[in-house]
Design a binder for this molecule. Structure first.
Ligand code: 5GP
Ligand code: ZN
Length: 115
C-alpha cells in the first residue's frame, strides 16, 4: 500500500470500483473511462510504480497477473475473437496511474499501430 496511490485506494476499498475479480495477489476492475466495449484493469495488490521496477522476486506475481487476465478475458467471452493487453509505461508510454496495471481491451476490432 502506497500513500496517495489511486489504485492502492481502490484495492483497499477507500475508493469504490466496479470489481471483476479478486484474490490474495490480484485485483481487477472496470476502467472508469472505457476505450473499448470491454476495458478491464488487472493489477497486482503489491504496489509497484511501473513494470520497469519489477524484480526477479516479482516474476511469479507478474506471471499470475497475466494468467488471471486470461481467465478474466475468457469469462468476458473475448477468447474466441481476441483482445488486446496493454501496459503503458512512463511518460512516452502514456502511463497516468503509477501502479502497474494490465489493460484488457476487447469487444471490437482494433487498429495497429497505436497513435
Ligand atoms: P494508464 O493511462 O496509466 O495506462 O491507465 C490508467 C487507467 O486508469 C485509464 O484508462 C483511466 O481511465 C483509469 N482510471 C483512472 N482513474 C480511475 C478510477 O478512479 N477508477 C477506475 N475504475 N479507473 C480509473
Ligand atoms: Zn499503488
Amino acid at each position: 500500500m502506497a500513500d496517495d496511490c489511486l489504485f492502492c485506494k481502490i484495492i483497499s476499498g477507500d475508493i469504490p470500483s466496479n470489481k471483476v475479480y479478486e484474490d490474495d495477489d490480484v485485483y481487477a476492475f472496470h476502467d472508469i473511462n472505457p476505450a473499448a466495449p470491454t476495458h478491464i484493469l488487472i493489477i497486482p495488490k503489491k504496489h509497484l510504480n511501473d513494470i520497469t521496477v519489477a524484480k526477479e522476486e516479482d516474476a511469479e506475481l507478474i506471471g499470475k497477473l497475466v494468467l488471471r487476465a486470461n481467465k478474466i478475458a475468457d469469462k468476458a467471452d473475448l477468447t474466441e475473437n481476441g483482445f488486446r493487453y496493454v501496459i503503458n509505461t512512463g511518460l512516452d508510454g502514456g502511463q497516468t496511474v503509477f501502479h502497474i496495471h494490465l489493460h484488457l481491451l476487447g469487444g471490437k476490432s482494433m487498429s495497429w499501430p497505436p497513435g
